[in-house]
Design a protein around this ligand. Structure first.
Ligand SMILES: [Zn+2]
Length: 257
């Protein structure tokens, strides 16, 4: 009877403890994962620049587009807003005059790859090629060297961060609470609400100036910009935002200049 009891306790202990023992096959990929704080503290990636200064950086991806970009540029001008356009290399070759216009009107132009592929699974030389060809397209169109890179879909890994560094580009993403999802054409009101109800100093807002059959982004800006201006915000380019000091109470989101 005593022996049976002991055996039972042994089996019960094993059942309870076994799931707690780390399994080598499952543990190793998790150990390699590095989260936002790791890259942010090293200054490898910028999501936002929490600062005491009242400023916000609007960014527009996937252009240029002969129609939508122009509409957006006109609204920005109306409110003396400066913004950043992350352009796609092959579209720059199609509409070089629009990229020139962006720079001439005081905005910043960043690299958003050449063909806008998904970078997941790409090898290092293909990544290099994408960034390099886009740099060349921007330079040929404008005589200007971009200093910022934003990957399509916000994808990042160690290799892409290194490729970006080797091309002398600063890796820029966006504030998680300012992802307007305007590429889905969710309705002007939804875009407006997303930005206005979340606006904080040093935010980087994600928008698009090339969305199929939609002018919602430009329409939303007509409501967003006057309201934020009334609240005292300045609208700055990413490079300008990076010169602002991080708020002292901010632990996680340090900015390396
Ligand atoms: Zn994109």
């Amino acid at each position: 009877m005593f022996k049976l009891n002991r055996l039972f306790i042994l089996i019960l202990t094993w059942i309870l403890v076994f799931p707690l023992i780390p399994q080598p096959s499952a543990a190793s990929p998790a150990a390699k994962f590095k989260d936002r704080a790791y890259y942010e503290e090293r200054g490898d990636i910028v999501w936002e620049v929490p600062t005491e200064d009242k400023c916000i950086a609007f960014t527009f991806d996937d252009g240029p587009d002969h129609r939508q970009t122009k509409l957006i540029l006109d609204v920005l001008d109306q409110y003396n807003a400066k913004a950043t356009f992350f352009v796609v290399g092959e579209r720059v070759e199609k509409y070089p005059e629009i990229v020139k216009m962006q720079l001439a009107r005081g905005h910043e132009v960043g690299n958003h790859s050449y063909r806008h592929p998904s970078f997941q699974g790409l090898n290092k030389s293909t990544m290099h090629n994408e960034l390099n060809k886009a740099q060349r397209a921007i330079f040929q169109a404008t005589g200007h060297k971009a200093v910022l890179f934003r990957p399509p879909g916000g994808f990042y890994n160690e290799t892409l961060i290194n490729v970006s560094k080797e091309n002398h580009l600063k890796f820029i993403l966006w504030s998680w609470h300012q992802d307007t999802k305007d590429w889905r054409a969710p309705g002007v009101n939804k875009i407006v609400k997303k930005v206005l109800s979340n606006a904080r100093n040093g935010d980087i807002v994600l928008m698009h100036d090339y969305v199929a059959n939609s002018t919602q982004t430009a329409e939303a800006l007509k409501q967003i910009l006057p309201e934020l201006k009334k609240q005292g915000y300045a609208f700055v380019t990413i490079s300008e935002l990076l010169t602002h000091k991080a708020a002292p109470d901010h632990q996680l989101r340090k900015v390396i200049h």
